[in-house]
Design a protein around this ligand. Structure first.
Ligand SMILES: [Zn+2]
Length: 372
């Protein structure tokens, strides 16, 4: 009995410490040079997804060859060694581990009674930067939701969209979904776009919500005026970079996870290939810009992809695993060391410190940002 009480007190203290307390202090030398931050999330993308794709297509992935540092991210959530995408996105957006299923809320306050943790997107807006979210999933999917809203349950799509449509995020683009109507987008002063020509016609400063054909995006298909993920990456960079204060962009390749859930290795590798093409566009921009930090990572691994004796790769399970995932970095010599494994929550914490030249307040409740 006594032991049980001690253990439960200890676990509460640990949860409290990881939620509210521990702050990572980043080396600040090069922070002033970083104006833009781009986080690219291959949902469910483990290391073997990459090696399998390279083998199958006989290519070298740009995310490996063109990034400078190749480390790992530890992905456990606040409730499990194996995270779901909601808690995974919350960790990568807010610097807090939460309970699986929660989106942008503290593990101890799912109904947002006391406070919500701020996200890197909200910090960027606070610093006058433009912000964007691009995904091959629906925009209410767990990953884009983690970077844009605060709700207790990832399945509350109506509530997630209701927060997104009134948000100050400049662009939120994803796959067609029933909850997103043109009328509601326009009512809230945003532009509704559903093909590439309309995206290309957007002016910087016009806020938009995009609805596109999912398969075209993730498979990189040539499909008339429907855009691929890499085409959207180019357009998003073009619009966001018009802001002289810089920008934050989260771009997700969602189907590495979705195909892996079906143990469809070929589909998952096709998704890796288009995601890598989008990464190539982002790295083209970052190389030319010189003040952009690019982080390529995943929220978790899906499929427990394992190399077989014959050299082939097999998707062993139709769910998530707790394996470490890639954390590849371009644009900083101090963010991560080659081969180093860091905690997922340190990724936004360091990125915010670099982006704002302020390592003192993030992670923090959103009211902190509003008060300043
Ligand atoms: Zn995921």
């Amino acid at each position: 009995m006594f032991t049980k009480i001690v253990i439960s007190i200890m676990s509460f203290v640990i949860m409290f410490a990881t939620t509210f307390g521990l702050k990572f202090v980043a080396p600040m030398d090069e922070a002033e040079e970083i104006k833009n931050v781009i986080i690219m999330i291959g949902d469910g993308m483990g290391f073997n997804h990459l090696y399998a794709t390279q083998d199958k297509y006989g290519v070298e992935l740009q995310m490996i060859t063109r990034t400078e540092y190749h480390g790992e991210s530890k992905t456990r959530s606040g409730s499990s060694l194996v995270t779901d995408s909601a808690a995974g996105a919350t960790a990568l957006a807010t610097g807090h581990r939460t309970i699986n299923g929660y989106v942008g809320v503290y593990p101890t306050d799912p109904l947002s009674v006391i406070a919500n943790p701020s996200s890197i997107t909200e910090v960027a807006m606070k610093y006058g930067k433009s912000t964007g979210i691009v995904t091959s999933d629906s925009i209410m999917g767990a990953t884009p939701a983690g970077f844009s809203v605060h709700v207790r349950d990832r399945d509350l799509a109506d509530k997630i969209f209701a927060q997104q449509v009134v948000s100050d995020i400049d662009l939120i683009w994803g796959a067609v979904a029933g909850e997103v109507t043109e009328a509601e987008v326009v009512e809230n002063g945003k532009v509704f776009v559903d093909n590439l020509s309309e995206v290309q016609a957007l002016e910087p400063g016009q806020k938009s919500i995009g609805q596109f054909h999912s398969d075209t995006m993730w498979r990189g298909l040539d499909n008339g005026d429907q855009p691929t993920l890499s085409e959207l990456a180019v357009e998003a960079l073009d619009l966001l970079n018009a802001d002289e204060d810089g920008f934050f962009l989260m771009l997700e390749g969602a189907h590495i996870d979705k195909r892996s859930h079906d143990q469809d290795g070929n589909g998952a590798m096709e998704a890796v290939l288009e995601f890598d093409k989008a990464i190539g566009k982002v790295l083209d921009f970052a190389e030319e810009d010189g003040n952009t930090l690019v982080i390529i990572t995943a929220d978790h691994e899906t499929g427990f992809v394992t190399k077989q004796n014959d050299g082939s790769y097999k998707w062993l399970i139709g769910g998530h695993s707790g394996a470490n995932v890639p954390c590849f970095v371009y644009g900083s010599d101090t963010f991560i060391e080659e081969g180093e494994a860091i905690d997922n929550i340190d990724i936004p914490t360091m990125a915010v410190a670099y982006m704002t030249n302020n390592d003192q307040y993030f992670p923090c409740p959103i009211v902190y940002l509003e008060q300043e």
